[in-house]
Design a protein around this ligand. Structure first.
Ligand code: NAI
Ligand code: MG
Length: 416
């Protein structure tokens, strides 16, 4: 029996292209695992009226470890229009299966590392006043609260009377009291002390473990006094338990403005759901963009790892596939670290770094050329070629490790 079982959910579009490539890498690194396929995404919605089928929920509950590709999602009305005719009008409503999965399994901690690979042509560069430029290497890890905030799903179009009545008890709602229900939409930003404390603690623990000098709480407490206020209050309380790590507090708007000023100054960043989503994409843009952005959704029992990108439908049908599989590989690396396979994770990361640094094999995004059927003709590597390059480097490492082991063994023999 394999040591680990991983539920694989390729999902839609390019999820189906990058996830199988990650499995090749995991295998080459010697990860001892069995993979169980599970359905998720748009096709499930159209066919079954549920983008996260119960059978997938059960597999995740059983095996507790998931690797996820990407899904397609569409606005409510389009979603209803694409539902199989016999399911229409039966009360099915579309929910993002990822958001549902995060809530169903309390995957409340989202970790999104945004770390530059030296030599990546997509790295952020900064112009100096002398006309030159420098390339500050960014090493930021975003901790995003993953189940609450504005993504808690507590929202209404045309809110029911009781909701309006409750809102009317707040003096600031007077300004909206006369708005017709059909012209009113409301999303509630829910923050609990427990979740705020937990995400702040996870951020500080990471900072301690990996030697980051600061944790930044990135919110907007001057305006969102209650919810961002609670996030900041808890971050301050947690910070007291980590005297060696500085707590910085920034506002989300200012943080995005400062993003390109001094990104190398930041270490761990912690934020509520929407702000964490925003700021992690922003930092990911400095460290290679969607082709490099990985994430982990971690709960007390279940953990699911996924690239940040979506299903990129416009590239999903290309043969050969052209998208960059590195974000998916880095998600698999995070999974390895999560299950304690530190050495295998390190080896894959080193192999990716070597391929990026060498610069011979680059997918279209790394060449800054348009994606599409012509990209390969312009010298871009395909998804599979990028995987092959990482695999070749992994194998070389292994051979040279075997080589040095063999020499060590010979030396041992000589001594005896
Ligand atoms: P997207 O992330 O799918 O693609 C945006 C663009 O980024 C692509 O057109 C492509 O130019 C580039 N890109 C994405 N992944 C790449 C990769 N691995 N290598 C190179 N370039 C890459 O976002 P978009 O177009 O906004 O959404 C497409 C669908 O994906 C939508 O249905 C959306 O709802 C869904 N989505 C799903 C997510 C998920 O599964 N976690 C996240 C974001 C969007
Ligand atoms: Mg996002």
């Amino acid at each position: 029996m394999a040591k680990h079982t991983v539920v694989t959910m390729p999902g839609d579009g390019i999820g189906n292209q990058v996830l199988p490539e990650a499995l090749r890498i995991l295998k080459a690194a010697g990860f001892d695992a069995e993979y169980v396929h599970a359905d998720i995404g748009w096709e499930c919605w159209c066919r079954e009226g549920n983008a996260l089928p119960q059978r997938t929920v059960e597999l995740l509950a059983k095996h507790r470890l998931g690797l996820f590709g990407a899904i397609t999602s569409k606005p409510k009305k389009e979603a209803e229009a694409e539902l199989r005719p016999e399911l229409k009008g039966k009360g099915h409503s579309y929910f993002s299966p990822i958001v549902t999965m995060r809530q169903r399994f309390h995957l409340d901690t989202c970790i999104r590392p945004c770390i530059s690979f030296p030599g990546n042509p997509l790295n952020f560069i900064r112009k100096g006043t002398d006309g030159g430029f420098d390339e500050p290497l960014v090493n930021v890890v975003v901790f995003r609260q993953n189940t609450e905030g504005l993504y808690a799903g507590v929202e209404w179009s045309n809110p029911p009377e009781q909701v309006r009545a409750a809102l009317a008890t707040h003096p600031k709602f007077k300004a909206f009291a006369a708005v017709a229900g059909s012209d009113l939409a409301i999303s509630v930003r829910v923050i609990t002390r427990k979740a705020a404390r937990k995400i702040a603690t996870a951020a500080f623990e990471w900072a301690r473990k990996y030697d980051y000098k600061s944790v930044t709480i990135c919110e907007k407490p001057n305006v969102l006094r209650e919810t961002s206020g609670l996030m900041e209050e808890e971050a301050k309380a947690v910070a007291k338990e980590y005297p060696a790590i500085a707590l910085w507090s920034t506002n989300i708007d200012a943080q995005t403005m400062w993003l390109t000023k001094n990104p190398e100054e930041y270490g761990v960043i912690v934020a509520s759901n929407l702000f964490g989503d925003v700021i992690s994409d922003a930092f990911a843009g400095l460290t290679g963009g969607l082709g490099f952005a990985a994430s982990g959704n971690i709960g007390d029992e279940v953990a699911v790892f996924e690239p940040t990108h979506g299903s990129a439908p416009k590239y999903a049908e290309l043969d050969p596939p052209i998208v960059n599989p590195i974000a998916m590989f880095l998600s698999a690396v995070m999974m390895l670290e999560h299950v304690g396979e530190i050495e295998k994770a390190r080896r894959i990361r080193t192999a990716i770094a070597a391929v990026v640094k060498e610069g011979k094999v680059r997918t279209y995004d790394m060449m800054r050329i348009p994606g599409g059927a012509k990209a390969i003709g312009q010298g871009a590597a395909s998804t599979v070629q990028m995987t092959d390059a990482v695999l070749a480097t992994l194998t070389q490492q292994r051979n040279s490790a075997d080589g040095s082991n063999a020499q060590r063994e010979l030396a041992e023999v000589g001594r005896k």
